[in-house]
Ligand binder design. Structure first.
Ligand code: CP3
Length: 354
């Protein structure tokens, strides 16, 4: 496999010196890009696109052809695991994901089986190897998974939720059942991410999108220990290089100190926290990724550049920052505004690295 032409992203995750602050954008391949919508239409629907390695490769590369981003992220979804567990995933236009067989009773919870990553999720690892070949060393490729708690939210609620009453009802009434689901899912995530690493993923990210909906004590019992178990089960090196790990608990800013000891090289930040304060709190334990408000992309290009400059200034000098949004880019975003952000970060960050 060819060597990397741009390893700035991997170096920043390991807090090694870099010439500028690298960036990528959560959901960088998505509906704000007309070329993405065209490929998705060709696939039929979103899930068909995820399951077609040729087309998944095509859309993974689309944002890189438009913007000089410093990493590619596998085009897929976190719900591939519950789908492979037989819970019946559907994406209905405008409604988001739905699982036909949510886990609501003890019998179905006890019957939950690990997916076979080599067959049931083969389309994902095939996409990873094909994307690596197509990237040909341009930038590193990120693999990803949902966190056990976030996956359990969808597996129990059967889709998105405003109040999480089914999973939280289980958490408070039958914590043993929730722990069982989380244990099985943790094993699935470890095998899934290790298969992605084996297929060529050069960094991995665990999305704990809903961990921030938990109480302080519930987060430390139902999300963080499983994130930690995953970190400790992951392959550390591949192709003679460390495979950095990123954990992102959206709304997890209150818990950075405990997250920093969970076995990850970097923590994702949403936009609610000041990145300078976050850096002081985690010290030299981990790098940070974030924390631009995705809605700031609805401002003028000038305002976007000012906001990028502000975040870079708050992080300050030295390595250990991967610039990103604090959550996925909105489908209504103007791609020219993304271009303005990418330029601003590359240009304004240089003085912080001399
Ligand atoms: O970042 C990337 O470019 C990689 C691709 C990626 C997708 N989903 C593609 C996607 C990644 C990393 C994800 C992760 C994901 N999926 C998360 C965690 C991060 C987050 O956003 O909180 C979650 C919770 C999901 C589950 C999911 N998938 C939801 C709730 C939805 C519907 C919401 C929406 O934006 O419509 C999806 C669909 C989805 N996943 C889309 C994309 C590009 C849009 C679907 C489409 O094209 O029709």
């Amino acid at each position: 496999m060819s060597s990397l032409q741009n390893d700035t992203f991997l170096r920043a995750l390991m807090r090694e010196p870099v010439d500028y602050t690298p960036l990528w954008i959560m959901r960088q391949a998505g509906r704000y890009l007309p070329e993405y919508n065209a490929t998705r239409a060709q696939a039929g629907d979103f899930l068909a696109l995820c399951k077609n390695p040729n087309l998944a490769t095509e859309v993974t590369l689309q944002p890189l052809d438009r913007f000089p981003l410093d990493a590619a992220i596998l085009f897929s979804d976190i719900l591939t695991i519950p789908d492979a567990m037989g819970l019946g995933l559907r994406f209905t236009a405008g409604e988001g994901p739905k699982l036909d067989h949510p886990l609501r009773d003890e019998a179905s919870i006890k019957a939950l089986r690990l997916p076979d990553v080599n067959s049931d999720l083969r389309y994902v690892t095939d996409a990873v190897s094909q994307i690596r070949r197509s990237l040909n060393g341009r930038v590193p490729l990120i693999g990803f998974s949902g966190s056990p708690y976030t996956l359990a939210c969808y597996m129990i609620e059967g889709g998105g939720s405003d109040d999480f009453r089914h999973i939280k009802g289980m958490l408070y009434a039958r914590p043993d059942l929730l722990h069982h689901i989380l244990k099985v899912t943790t094993q699935a995530v470890i095998s899934y991410l290790n298969a992605q690493i084996q297929a060529g993923a050069q960094a991995v990210m665990v999305f704990d999108t809903w961990g921030g909906s938990l109480s302080h004590s519930a987060y430390h019992e139902f999300s963080l220990p499983y994130l930690s178990e995953i970190a400790h089960g992951l392959t550390r090196e591949s192709d003679g290089r460390i495979v950095p790990r990123i954990a992102f608990t959206k709304g997890g800013g209150l818990w950075l100190e405990s997250m920093a000891t969970a076995g990850y090289d970097a923590l994702g930040l949403d936009w609610a926290i000041d990145i300078g304060d976050a850096r002081k709190r985690v010290g030299d334990k981990v790098a940070l990724q974030g924390n631009f408000d995705p809605m700031a992309l609805f401002g003028s290009p000038d305002a976007i550049q000012q906001e990028a400059a502000r975040i870079l200034e708050r992080f300050g000098r030295g390595s250990g920052h991967v610039f990103n949004l604090g959550h996925g880019v909105s489908q209504h975003t103007n791609p020219d505004h993304v271009a303005a952000l990418v330029d601003a970060v590359h240009c304004f960050s240089k003085p912080y690295h001399v």
